[in-house]
Write a protein that binds this ligand. Structure first.
Ligand code: PBG
Length: 333
């Protein structure tokens, strides 16, 4: 008998043979590019903790969207920084809200480019929580509870106003119980039966959202999000969250963040048949950027490896701040 018994290296010996047996291939169509839009004019400000990611005012947005569309990226995810905030986040569901305005513009420029609206209140509330809160003082500190059922109506209003503005997909991210069903019923009643819901089903209370909260100015002013976002230690709870969203009518499921939760992506993929989205969040982006700026890692190779890992784990769609870079690398010769 020859030795070694098996020669694995036979299938690794050339570029051609490696690409022939490759199991996972990223495509431009897998990618979603998030965009931050803000009030004002002539604004294109880099977010300090997210090099290469900007706040755009509506008058500077066109060239960014032109570039995204030219790369063949099929979808953008919009986040808004409103001019004013209040306790119920009313700028989130105003017909002339920043996300609504940006949606109308993008759809007028590129009817084929999908606009996904993040449906949440934390960017629009003065307290930075994802719903209505009941606050009280105790020992000189402000405490608060996020009110579940009371917040649902506001979320429905937000989703409907986003759909009216032309959003193609509603992506509720606020983690209130019953939010998918409430939004589904609200969209149906308003005549948007065919607008899909991409639910942030499995969203952890994660430190990886740190840079996003700077970008969206949405850090909670008191307390944290642990009563509505999931404990990073839990996996079986993710099955329960996803299951209820499926029963409530979600069209796609999401796991967020991605890198530290690849096991959860795989688990949800094996258990449910809906398209699965992974969100490669802000902190995951910033870590790579910081190390790359120091010259400590090869950014392109690292990003390709990370995104491939997410797809290998089961993601069908990847929301990533690297979407433009990745799309560029995929199309270069
Ligand atoms: C809104 C929302 C958040 C993110 C996406 N939608 C922030 C949060 O829950 O605090 C985070 C995205 C990122 O970190 O890139 N609730």
């Amino acid at each position: 008998m020859s030795f070694p018994l098996v020669r694995h290296r036979r299938l690794r010996q050339s570029v051609g043979i490696r690409s022939m047996v490759r199991e996972t291939v990223l495509n431009v169509q897998d990618l979603v590019q998030p965009i931050f839009v803000t009030h004002g004019t002539n604004i294109k400000n880099e977010i300090s903790s997210m090099p290469g990611v900007y706040h755009f005012s509506l008058d500077t947005l066109k060239s960014e969207v032109d570039y995204i569309a030219s790369l063949g990226i099929p979808a953008v995810l919009l986040f808004g920084i409103p001019a004013t905030k209040d306790s119920i986040g009313s700028s989130g569901f105003a017909d002339d809200g920043i996300v609504q305005e940006a949606t109308r513009l993008i759809k007028s420029w590129y009817p084929e480019l999908l606009v996904i609206a993040d449906t949440c209140l934390c960017e629009f509330t003065d307290h930075g929580h994802c719903g209505m809160v009941h606050t009280f003082e105790h020992d000189g500190h402000i405490h608060g509870d996020v009110l579940n059922d009371e917040s649902l109506g506001l979320l429905v209003k937000t989703a409907v106003s986003q759909a009216k503005a032309g959003a193609d997909i509603i992506a509720p991210s606020n983690m209130m119980d019953g939010f998918v069903q409430a939004i589904r019923e609200g969209l149906d009643e308003a005549g948007f039966k065919n607008i899909p819901i991409m639910s942030y089903s499995v969203k952890y209370a994660s430190a990886f959202y740190g840079p996003f909260r700077e970008a969206a100015d949405s850090a909670p002013q008191f307390g944290d999000r642990k009563t509505y976002q999931m404990d990073p230690a839990n996996a079986r709870e993710a099955l329960r969250e996803a299951e209820s969203d499926v029963l409530e009518g979600a069209d796609m499921l999401m796991v967020k963040p991605a890198l530290a939760y690849l096991d959860i992506i795989r688990m949800i993929k094996d258990q449910f048949d809906l398209p699965l989205v992974a969100y490669n969040v802000s902190g995951e982006y910033s870590m790579v950027k910081a190390a790359a700026q120091q010259g400590w890692i090869n950014e392109k190779a690292i990003v390709q490896e990370m995104l491939t890992g997410m797809k290998r784990a089961g993601a069908d769609i990847i929301i990533t701040y690297f979407a433009k870079d990745m799309a560029g690398w995929l199309t270069e010769k």
